[in-house]
Design a protein around this ligand. Sequence first.
Ligand code: GDD
Length: 320
Amino acid sequence: GQDGSYLAELLLNKGYEVHGIIRRTSNFPTTRIDHIHKDLNLYYGDVTDSSCLSRMIRQILPDEIYNLAAQSHVKVSFQEPVYTSNSVSIGTLNILEIIRDIKEDLDKSIRFYQASSSEMFGKVYETPQKETTPFYPRSPYGVAKLYGHWITVNYRESYNIFGCSGILFNHESPRRGETFVTRKITRAATRIKLGLQNKLLLGNLDAKRDWGYAKDYVEAMWMMLQKETPEDYVISTGETHSVREFCELAFNELGLNYRDFVSIDPIYYRPSEVDLLLGDSHKAKTQLGWTPQTSFNDLIRIMIENDLQLAEKEKFYASR
Ligand code: GDD
């Protein structure tokens, strides 16, 4: 996924030997890593398949494991709750069990990063949300992430495993999947600009999110695992914006008014919504020295620039 590709780049730049798991699909799901493909060790696997995982991890004996595996789409999790729970919750447990066994059998410690999510705050108890804010998840995905979060804390406390949860707020990039709202908007706005499509259907425009740049966020994942003691950290920008604002800025960037093109389709509403997320990453700033480097406006600009090029290519091929 998006984060796996940025993290792999970061680790390769630091001189790591990087092993990654990809799921088998009928087409090649590797476009995000094609440029670094030759430097990676890739395996077919799935976090829900514990015997395959165990064989692989015992063979590699890594120093660090980053668990970014998930059915990560919140809306889809209402349609596929069991698969979402298996991959997000049991998948995490499967990895922790293997780390626990390897520690006992071989006396080898493996540091573990768990991709926790601001979705766990859901119907928020306080704003901004920080590490001590109580959780109130609002989707099968959020509930499953909560299990992954607490089982990581529990294995840390029970078996002295070096496990950290990064509670990451939304993070986007040109590599973001096209069904997440930011990328859906930047893809559509640029295609509209070039006459390749004429409208964009969205759901709740009033939802507010704390959106950062994925490339900045994978840095925080790595930083957590380099600390002396394992802890959990909120990673966020400390700014919140509505989906409407994102639309406005993205279309403005292209000299367009989003009101002329965006319509609401209730099909994109969620059975229960997370209305507002805003993170306080003071702990990460002071303890890890991590700060987000990319502003909201710059993030939109980066995504629009990338998607404009994609749309131009698309137009070129369509005209041949
Ligand atoms: N996907 C989508 N599509 N969302 C829409 C749309 C639409 O057409 N219209 C409005 N939205 C609203 C959603 O209702 C939600 O409130 C907000 O846009 C953001 O939706 P997503 O981009 O799908 O992200 P998310 O916030 O639900 O979840 C993402 O962030 C989490 C971190 O808080 C995912 O990346 C999760 O995996 C991640 O954990």
